[in-house]
Design a protein around this ligand. Structure first.
Ligand code: GLU
Length: 420
């Protein structure tokens, strides 16, 4: 099976299209992005020399509203990955029924190797280069892997400078002072937790006895683990890109304690340290591949694509997989897990709290208002639950996996918007 994420995206599209009997002309349109943009970004480095970076934006589909999707800064970014991510944004916005199409952007860069000033010049360069194709009613970028509110702040400032007027609705995921939304920072995680609470009910699990494993300790992985720990779930394994920590006897870990050690040591260590007392007996270091096959109730991939594949799907020992990353499960693995009766709550719903938070931020900026965090959470929960229940019902009706159920729901909405 191919490791190309766009091949994965197309396989998922075709599967749902056949269940839905999607009209051929709609399928053909959805097999390709509406527009791909590639730019050269010259960045003056601190040593005085200029380095070129490649920036991408894929505007996949805008039948349901302005293009919407994050920007990823990662060395592995390439056009096929951005195309897949743009496609998934299209399906995601339709799954939760927010009035956006889908897009994605990125830069092939190792952001940790740049100084803050270099990162700012690169971010401003991306916004300047993409200025002609983005905007509040055209295409609205947001954070993704290794981008954050500070970066959105630089970009929206650059955009506003060129436009000659403050344009906060051009980007979402901004700092609060620049029109950001209270609660956007952890809205992806929060949306996922609302869904997990429903899944737990469906599977008759008890939160205090539910063992959770989280792969990835960025914005999404960290906040998801933190919120689940606060809700009484047992966090038994966590990891970042370099490896992780496993609780050998099932004792729960406080993600904030792990974060503190990670900050001090620069990585997730195999010991669980409360202050100066480190427990290296009941906890141990594990690799990311060991983490995925750890025995648990809920496995949460929250890092990158293509983690659960034909190679490890038979060894997954979770009762349910909740995809907080985009595209972590390969189509071959989907089929294996379905046969093994391990439900996979798909990315296009599980992590849709992020773009839904972005939608609230965009509305807030358009109506020049200020939402409270309470208002955001009050609006987020019913929206996530309604889509979850629709997806569950459709997948039962057609006797298909949850991903295909979500895609059927989304594709119907996209086809309607296309006038078919
Ligand atoms: N990058 C996030 C995602 O993959 C958020 C996108 C957005 O808010 O536009 O869903």
């Amino acid at each position: 099976m191919s490791t190309n994420p766009f091949a994965t995206a197309l396989a998922q599209l075709h599967r749902a299209a056949s269940i839905l009997h999607l009209k051929r002309d709609i399928l053909t349109q959805l097999e390709k992005p509406m527009r791909t943009v590639e730019i050269n970004i010259p960045v003056r480095m601190d040593n005085g020399r200029t380095r070129m970076f490649t920036g991408y934006r894929v505007q996949y589909n805008n039948a349901r509203g302005p293009f919407k999707g994050g920007i990823r800064f990662h060395p592995a970014v390439n056009m096929d990955e951005v195309k897949a991510l743009g496609f998934w944004m299209t399906i995601k916005c339709a799954t939760v029924g927010i009035p956006f199409g889908g897009s994605k952007g990125g830069v092939a860069v190792h952001p940790q190797k740049l100084s803050t000033k270099e990162l700012e010049r690169l971010s401003r360069g991306w916004a300047r280069g993409m200025y002609p194709v983005i905007g509040p009613d055209k295409d609205v970028p947001a954070p993704d892997v290794y981008t954050n509110p500070t970066i959105m702040g630089w970009m929206v400032d650059e955009y506003s400078n060129i436009a000659g007027k403050k344009t906060p609705a051009a980007f979402t995921g901004k700092p609060l002072a620049l029109g950001g939304l209270r609660g956007r920072e952890d809205s992806t995680a929060q949306g996922g937790v609302f869904i997990i609470q429903e899944v737990v009910k469906k599977l008759h699990l008890v939160p205090s006895q539910t063992r959770v494993v989280v792969q990835g300790f960025g914005n999404v992985g960290y906040h998801t683990a933190r919120l689940l720990y606060a809700a009484g779930y047992k966090i038994v394994a966590l990891s970042d890109s370099r490896g992780g920590i496993l609780s050998i006897n099932g004792q729960s870990m406080d993600p904030d304690v792990v974060m503190k050690t990670k900050r001090e040591k620069g990585m997730i260590d195999g010991c669980y340290c409360l202050g100066t007392v480190c427990d290296c007996v009941n906890f141990k270091k594990i690799t990311n591949s060991e983490l995925l096959t750890t025995s648990c109730d809920i496995l949460i991939p929250a890092a990158l694509e293509h983690q659960i594949t034909g190679a490890n799907a038979r060894r997954i020992k979770a009762k349910v997989v909740v995809e907080m990353a985009n595209g972590p499960t390969a189509p071959g693995a989907d089929a294996i897990l379905y046969r093994r009766r391990i439900p996979v709550v798909p990315d296009v719903l599980a992590n849709a709290g992020g773009v839904t938070g972005s939608y609230f931020e965009w509305v807030q900026n358009k109506e020049k208002s200020r939402w409270s965090q309470a208002k955001t959470l009050k609006k987020l929960r019913p929206l996530m639950l309604a889509s979850f229940n629709d997806m569950w019902r459709i997948s039962r009706k057609h006797k298909v996996d949850l991903r295909t159920g979500a895609y059927v729901l989304a594709l119907k909405r996209i086809a309607l918007a296309m006038g078919k």
